[in-house]
Ligand binder design. Structure first.
Ligand SMILES: NC(=O)c1ccc[n+]([C@@H]2O[C@H](COP(=O)([O-])OP(=O)(O)OC[C@H]3O[C@@H](n4cnc5c(N)ncnc54)[C@H](O)[C@@H]3O)[C@@H](O)[C@H]2O)c1
Length: 331
């Protein structure tokens, strides 16, 4: 696969490295900062493009990989589609459902593939946990807790700190968990959220969201941009046991079956998958390339990205109004 990367910041560099690992050829790189595009072009062996039009006009570029701040996703995705290029774009798909829908429809009309990089579906621990849940290891899931915590992100022109560019912790960060929860446990019906966005003078953000799923299960989703070091964790409690993961612990994934009559039971089943075998970003980009070649069916579609965004936007509204929000047809 021959790729043009747009945006040579944090994710542009991660994707550049992952394309290389996956055996894809990065043929052109564009970033409005010349030093950034030249550095990534050097790292990937690509040509630094002078403008986005220059990159889109390059017949060697089959797929455009968009790693730009979120408020730019729609404009750049649609331009790529109109140029007849397949598109990979970082999550969140956009900042509004209208933009997300327009992007999907433009790509459909142009007959190009559109993949949104919801990478958590490619993390071995999240993937394996889903398999175990679907195999009935914890029985019927009742309560799910997820946490995703890191420091306040730094980006070009401080865009993460501008809600109209990044959408806050609810749209940018916990959308990963919303997507994984939908994939694993089914649709979300109702959302209630509390957040510190805009309430602290320092660069700190935190949100706690309660989701009511159509299955009857309840999920507590915690997201923080006030945590020293990156950490993610989940716990799934069902009527047959509890499954838990915490990136801060050594053991990757533990199932503790609930034993009738006594509490201790077997020590737990360790899942023999190393999260370090291959970067999930590489697994993801390899998969998207196979989907574009028609060799695999997408694990995550652009409509999945749309639905994850719908949950994030409902959480934003709930945090703003203090009321629970039901997801209608849009969700
Ligand atoms: N999947 C993940 O794990 C993950 C992690 C972090 C960020 N992201 C997402 O990736 C995207 C990019 O985030 P980032 O942290 O890499 O941002 P960043 O600020 O590090 O990089 C963005 C780059 O875009 C360039 N840029 C800005 N406007 C441009 C324009 N009009 N034309 C060309 N270049 C332009 C900037 O110079 C910068 O180099 C966001 O949508 C973000 O939400 C995903």
């Amino acid at each position: 696969m021959r790729v043009g990367i747009v945006g040579a910041g944090t994710m542009g560099r991660v994707h550049g490295e992952s394309h290389r690992e996956a055996g894809h050829e990065v043929v052109a790189v564009y970033d409005l900062r010349p030093e950034a595009r030249e550095a990534l072009a050097r790292e990937t062996g690509a040509r630094p493009a002078e403008s986005y039009e220059d990159l889109l006009g390059d017949p060697a570029v089959e797929v455009v990989d968009i790693c730009l701040p979120t408020h730019l996703h729609r404009e750049y995705v649609e331009a790529a589609a109109r140029a007849g290029k397949h598109v990979i774009c970082e999550k969140p798909i956009a900042l509004s459902l209208a933009d997300a829908r327009a992007m999907i429809e433009t790509c459909q009309a142009a007959r190009v593939h559109l993949y949104i990089a919801h990478v958590v579906r490619f993390f071995p621990e999240y993937r394996r946990a889903r398999e175990l849940v679907l195999a009935g290891e914890v029985g019927r899931p009742g309560i799910i807790r997820t946490s995703r915590m890191g420091g306040f992100p730094a980006g070009w022109a401080d865009w993460y700190a501008q809600p109209e560019m990044g959408g806050t912790v609810l749209v940018d960060l916990v959308i990963h968990d919303f997507d994984w929860l939908r994939w694993t446990f089914g649709e979300v019906e109702r959302v209630y959220a509390k957040s510190l966005t805009g309430r602290t003078a320092e660069r700190l953000d935190y949100a706690l969201v309660t989701l009511r799923l159509a299955s009857g299960a309840i999920a507590h989703v915690e997201g923080s941009w006030a945590h020293p070091g990156f950490r993610y964790a989940f716990e799934i409690a069902g009527d047959a046991g509890v499954l838990e993961f915490d990136s801060a612990r050594v053991q990757p994934l533990v199932v503790r079956p609930r034993q009738a009559g006594h509490g201790s039971g077997p020590a737990g089943v360790e899942v023999p998958e190393s999260p370090l075998a291959e970067s999930p970003y590489t697994t993801q980009l390899r998969h998207f390339a196979r989907c574009i070649r028609g060799e695999e069916k997408p694990v995550v579609t652009a409509w999945d990205a749309y639905k994850a965004l719908a949950i994030s936007l409902a959480a934003l509204e709930s945090a703003r109004t203090g009321r629970p929000v039901s997801l209608g047809k849009e969700g």
